[in-house]
Unconditional design. Structure first.
Length: 276
C-alpha cells in the first residue's frame, strides 16, 4: 500500500485493515479508468472483480499487480506479447494433486499444513509480501483479535517480519519474554494462546522473500532438530518458487484478460458516444 498511509485516531485494527485493503483496489480502479477511458471507476471495479473471480485470484492481489506491472503498449492487442510460459514447479510432500497444481488457495493451505505437521502444532498462518508489507492470507487455530491485528504487518517488531528481512528461519522460544516484540504485539499473540512461534520464509529466485509461514505453539519451545529445520527450509524454497511462478503466469494471464476486457469495453463506450 502507499507509504503515506497513516493510522487514524481511534481506528480499530479491523477498520485499519479494511481501509488498507481498499486503498490498493481504489488506486487500481483510478489507473484502469484513466488508461482505458472507462465511463466510471465502478466499471473498472467490475472488471477487476470479474477477472479476479475468473482466475481465482483475490481482488487485492489483482489490484496490486495492476499497480506494479508496467502498462501495456498503447493500442497493444496483448499486454505481454512475448511472454514465455512454464509449468508449475514441483511441490513434493505437500499432497497437492494434479488438478490443484495451479490453485493458489490449495497450495498455500497444504503448505501451512505441512509446516504445522513438521513443527507439531495446530496453530499457524501464511502471510504474503505485497508493497513492503506482509498480508495475512491463511490461518488456522488463531482468534479474530490475532488475525485482525496481524492482517497487515508493516514494521519489524514481529518474528515474521524479521524472518522476511533476514531471509532465514526465526524461532521465538517464549513470546512472554522475547525482545523481538513490541508490547502490543506480544499481548495479541499471548491472548491468542500462542506462547512460542517459528517463522519460515518463502524464498524464490535470488533469495527473494515472497511470504512467510509461521507456526504457533501453546508452550515455550526448545530447539528444533536439524531434520525439522531442513524440512521446513525445503517447504519454504518450494512454495516460494511456486508463488513466483504463480505471479509470473496465472496473475499475468489475469492481467491479459483484464486488458482485453477493458479494451473492448472502452471501444464500446466510444461507439456509444459517436454522433448519428
Amino acid at each position: 500500500m502507499p507509504e503515506t498511509f497513516t493510522p487514524e485516531p481511534g481506528e480499530t485494527a479491523g477498520q485499519r485493515n479494511r481501509r488498507l485493503a481498499h486503498i490498493g483496489v481504489a488506486h487500481a480502479q483510478r489507473v484502469l479508468t484513466g488508461r482505458y477511458r472507462l465511463a466510471s471507476q465502478q466499471e473498472a471495479f467490475e472488471l477487476l472483480r470479474q477477472t479476479s473471480q475468473q482466475f481465482n485470484i483475490k481482488l487485492h492481489t489483482l489490484a496490486d499487480a495492476v499497480l506494479h506491472t508496467a502498462a501495456p503498449d498503447t493500442d497493444a492487442e496483448l499486454w505481454f506479447p512475448r511472454r514465455a510460459r512454464y509449468s508449475p514447479p514441483p511441490l513434493a510432500n505437500l499432497a497437492v494433486d494434479e488438478a490443484s497444481r495451479t490453485n493458489h488457495g490449495v497450495v498455500l493451505r497444504n503448505a501451512m499444513r505441512r509446516v504445522l505437521h513438521i513443527t507439531e502444532t495446530t496453530m499457524g498462518n501464511v502471510q504474503l509480501s505485497e508493497q513492503g508489507m506482509l498480508r495475512m492470507e491463511k490461518h488456522t487455530g488463531l482468534n479474530q483479535e490475532f488475525t485482525d491485528f496481524f492482517a497487515f504487518v508493516r514494521d519489524s517488531t514481529t518474528s515474521c517480519a524479521q524472518a522476511a528481512e533476514q531471509r532465514q528461519q526465526i524461532t521465538v522460544k517464549d513470546v512472554a519474554v522475547a525482545d523481538i516484540f513490541d508490547e502490543e504485539s506480544r499481548h495479541v499473540i499471548l491472548q491468542a494462546g500462542s506462547r512460542a512461534a517459528h517463522s519460515v520464509p518463502l524464498v524464490g529466485r535470488k533469495d527473494r522473500v515472497v511470504g512467510i509461514i509461521s507456526s504457533h505453539h501453546e508452550q515455550p519451545l526448545t530447539d528444533f532438530t536439524r531434520a525439522q529445520l531442513a524440512a521446513l527450509e525445503t517447504v519454504g524454497t518450494q512454495v516460494g518458487r511456486w508463488l513466483l511462478w504463480h505471479r509470473h503466469t496465472i496473475v499475468l494471464d489475469a492481467l491479459e484478460q483484464l486488458h482485453a476486457a477493458a479494451t473492448a469495453q472502452s471501444a464500446r463506450g466510444v461507439r456509444n458516444v459517436q454522433p448519428d
